[in-house]
Design a protein around this ligand. Structure first.
Ligand code: ADP
Length: 243
């Protein structure tokens, strides 16, 4: 579904991504782990052109996009097939929960208003927030806001959904229900790339774990391989700190 080749990114003199490769099959959940500052969020943002990488290419479905050559039309086409769920939810504060789902559908999917509202209602039901559809983000808990963020991403029916630490801004008691929702989404066969520090969840839900440090992939494999048959000392050191 997605193949990422040699993604490189620098901010000024700092080389933040030093040539990252990744393959994500249809229906797979791939989790990026690694210490803070290792480049995970930047990598995810590059996959959605929220940041433009300096080098590399991204194949999505049948289409390869050379990142440093892509024009606005190609970037838009790519963005329409990926969706991102953010750590801080990134909802429109002056829009209701329902409108937050509807707006991107009208803007990027050429849906009629009726189609967009109908789809939003299905998604609101799926994330258990039908009764809160007319609430504004400020009237919702963090967990509820994140569920709207997730519904908004799902509504776009993207080829790949990118999750950037989706539970790290939540109060501990709200983390569990959001992880349950993510698990349900994974079970529907969605293709997902995830940055998280929830190790138990990563172990249980991922098909593949990629451990990054200092802008490079140090080790990758199945959860069993990375957690239980760890090869690299740097991965071991990280996992002992977190688990
Ligand atoms: P992680 O998600 O693994 O914590 P990040 O991708 O957030 O890592 O950051 C990797 C490095 O890139 C960090 O050193 C960070 O300070 C730097 N960085 C991230 N975004 C920017 C930016 N917009 N401008 C300059 N430096 C940045």
């Amino acid at each position: 579904m997605m193949e990422v080749r040699n993604i490189q990114k620098r901010f000024g003199k700092q080389e933040v991504l030093k040539g990252i490769n990744m393959e994500v099959a249809k229906g797979e959940v791939v989790t990026l782990l690694g210490p803070s500052g290792s480049g995970k969020t930047t990598f995810l943002r590059c996959l959605n052109f929220l940041e433009r990488a300096d080098e590399g290419s991204i194949v999505l479905g049948e289409t390869e996009t050379i990142v440093n050559k892509a024009n606005a039309k190609e970037i838009l086409a790519h963005q329409r097939q990926t969706a991102m769920v953010f750590q801080n939810f990134a909802l429109f504060q002056n829009k209701t929960a329902r409108e937050n789902i509807v707006m991107p559908l009208l803007l990027t999917k050429n849906k009629t208003k009726q189609e967009a509202y109908e789809l939003a209602d299905v998604l609101l039901e799926q994330v258990g927030l039908s009764e809160r559809q007319d609430f504004y983000p400020s009237q919702l808990s963090g967990g509820q806001q994140q569920r709207i963020g997730i519904a908004r991403a799902l509504a776009l029916n993207p080829k790949v959904i990118l999750f950037d630490e989706p539970t790290s801004a939540l109060d501990p008691e709200l983390v569990g229900q959001t992880l349950t929702l993510l698990r349900d989404i994974a079970e529907t066969g969605a293709t997902m790339v995830l940055v998280t520090h929830e190790m138990k969840f990563a172990y249980e839900v991922s098909d593949k774990i990629i451990f990054m440090e200092n802008g490079q992939v140090v080790e990758q494999g199945t959860p069993k391989e990375v957690f239980e048959q760890t090869k690299e000392e740097r991965t071991k050191a990280f996992l002992t700190r977190f688990t």
